[in-house]
Design a protein around this ligand. Structure first.
Ligand code: B12
Ligand code: SF4
Length: 461
């Protein structure tokens, strides 16, 4: 009999700072591949549907899947394990899988910590999950499936990695219809998609290379435009966000996509994220003409010393020049910043904060604190030096300091981050900028950040 599979996105832990929920691409692709192969598949998204554990159990009871597959980031890992245990409680014969960027690098621990977890799927999951389900259907053993970690005779066995999918165009579009799409308008009216997988850089705080490979794999411009057009026509959506790590890695490909968008007359707005060394002013102009409204990038630090420590491979001068172009062509630059990377001092952190304010972006993506996610070189470094202070993954939301170095204590880093936000949004210059002056929205932003900072402080006391 064909197994019925339920894919699950766990809720974020209480108190964690989280992005608005949306139809996750990882689960969406997995579901689409299963559907294409005629399996019955559905999705329980505890974030989107705001389900409690009891409500989730009722959903499992109602759907009666044969297999449950839970995704997780580091932040949702512990909630994910609870859902696996709960599924087994409700349905003792259920087969349980976990996948995603946390368990990929925490596979043995996950199996040790959760006896109810049967198999961890490491790295890219489409082909591995399909093969597992096919084996289950055929009543065959899963022991030699590539890319999994599992228990066998009391031992944990890690099979070899599965090669990456080279032809991304061969994948069906994510099965967004399995989400309650009407609920998303409550949050933000944006659909997410991705054109590439992998990266050739190896920044110390990032796990993309170990997760998706040290090279770029790309969909064709036509395939991406087909998806945009399909989403536009099917759901009437006009706002999109590309969550590629480096959207502009192949500049001719981006140009081709921009031409496709214009040729098809798609009236859409979109944003993307990339590295500042992967754009030209000409490309940004073409992106703007095709509907790109904002450009996210890893500014990371305003000091060369910290950028080098992170192995980011860019300079503050380049960031300043490129963000200037972004503004000149009429797009909004949104830089992400990392405070507290090993080697950071109060001085270098304040140099960064001042740098961010000097280039005065319309919005700072986030002042993250450096967080040692398993699978990153940063994690290995922090562990090797004995700097790790917080091991509760529920706290790994990049707003809370997790480790301390000889240069910066946990308390100092916490204060620096709060100070950075205060400084940024409660600046006279921010408030009086001629684009924002006397605007209700500016008062709202300042007010929201003022209150959020107070809340953050109260929560930490
Ligand atoms: C979009 C995105 C987000 C979105 C959605 C997050 C999500 N859960 O997908 C938002 C904006 C919410 C977000 C927030 C954050 N993110 Co984020 N984000 C991404 C990004 C750029 C793309 C994710 C994506 O769609 N990838 C494409 C799909 C196809 O790949 P995938 O998600 O890995 O899924 C595949 C496999 O993992 C596997 N798989 C996944 N789940 C399952 C389940 C089963 C059962 C199976 C079998 C397989 C399987 O199969 C999938 C298909 O191949 C990634 C970077 C990246 N390139 O992946 C970072 C990334 C996931 N984010 C990261 C981080 C650090 C964060 C934040 C903490 C940052 C912050 N300051 O806020 C927060 C909190 C994360 C959270 N609570 O989930 C890290 C995760 C590190 C970690 N160990 O958790 C990543 C990997 C970035 C990085 N390189 O370091 N993020
Ligand atoms: S941070 Fe961005 S550029 Fe650096 S390795 Fe990760 S994906 Fe690549």
């Amino acid at each position: 009999m064909k197994p019925h599979i339920t894919l699950v996105n766990p809720a974020a832990p209480a108190g964690a700072v989280m992005h608005w929920p949306f139809a996750l691409l990882g689960l969406g692709y997995l579901a689409a591949v299963l559907e294409k192969n005629n399996y019955q598949v559905d999705v329980i998204d505890c974030q989107v549907s705001q389900l409690t554990l009891e409500e989730y159990k009722k959903e499992i009871e109602k759907r009666k899947p044969d297999v449950v597959g839970v995704t997780s980031s580091t932040l949702t890992y512990k909630s994910g394990l609870k859902l696996i245990k709960a599924a087994r409680e409700v349905q003792p014969n259920i087969i349980t899988f976990a996948g995603g960027p946390h368990v990929t690098f925490w596979d043995d621990h996950a199996l040790e910590e959760c006896p109810e977890l049967d198999i961890v799927v490491r790295r890219e999951g489409e082909e591995t999950l399909l093969e597992l389900v096919q084996r289950i259907e055929a009543g065959k053993s899963c022991k030699d499936v590539l890319g999994i970690t599992f228990r066998s005779e009391g031992k944990i066995v890690r099979n070899e990695d599965r090669p990456y999918i080279e032809d991304l165009d061969s994948l069906p579009f994510p099965a967004r219809h399995l989400w309650p799409m009407e609920k998303f308008s409550q949050y933000e009216d944006v659909l997410y998609l991705a054109m590439t997988r992998g990266c050739v850089y190896w920044c110390e705080f990032c796990c993309t290379v170990r997760m998706h490979g040290r090279k770029y794999r790309m969909r064709s411009a036509k395939n991406v435009a087909d998806e945009l057009e399909y989403l536009n026509k099917t759901y009437g959506k006009t706002k999109f966000s590309f969550c590629d790590d480096a959207f502009t890695v192949d500049q001719p490909l981006v140009e081709e996509l921009c031409s496709e968008i214009k040729k098809r007359g798609l009236k859409i707005e979109w944003n993307c994220g990339s590295r500042v060394d992967m754009v030209t002013k000409e490309l940004l102009t073409k992106m703007k003409e095709a509907g790109c409204v904002s450009f996210w990038c890893g500014l990371e630090s305003g000091t060369q010393q910290m950028l080098d420590a992170m192995r980011k491979g860019i300079t503050p001068e380049l960031t300043m020049k490129v963000l200037g172009w972004v503004r000149e062509v009429g797009m909004k630059p949104i830089p992400n910043v990392i405070l507290g990377f090993p080697g950071e001092t109060k001085k270098s952190a304040w140099d960064t904060i001042k740098f961010v304010e000097k280039i005065a972006p319309d919005a700072v993506g986030f002042y993250n604190v450096a967080t040692p996610f398993p699978g990153t070189p940063l994690y290995d470094n922090v562990r090797a030096n004995g700097w790790l202070r917080v091991t509760d993954f529920d706290k790994y939301d990049t707003t809370r300091p997790i480790f301390e170095t000889p240069q910066l204590s946990i308390k100092e880093l916490g204060k620096l981050r709060e100070g950075a936000f205060h400084h940024y949004y409660l600046r006279w210059a921010y408030f009086m900028d001629k684009r924002r002056r006397f605007k209700f929205s500016t008062a709202m932003v300042v007010g929201v950040h003022f209150v959020a900072n107070i809340k953050l402080k109260l929560r930490r006391n």
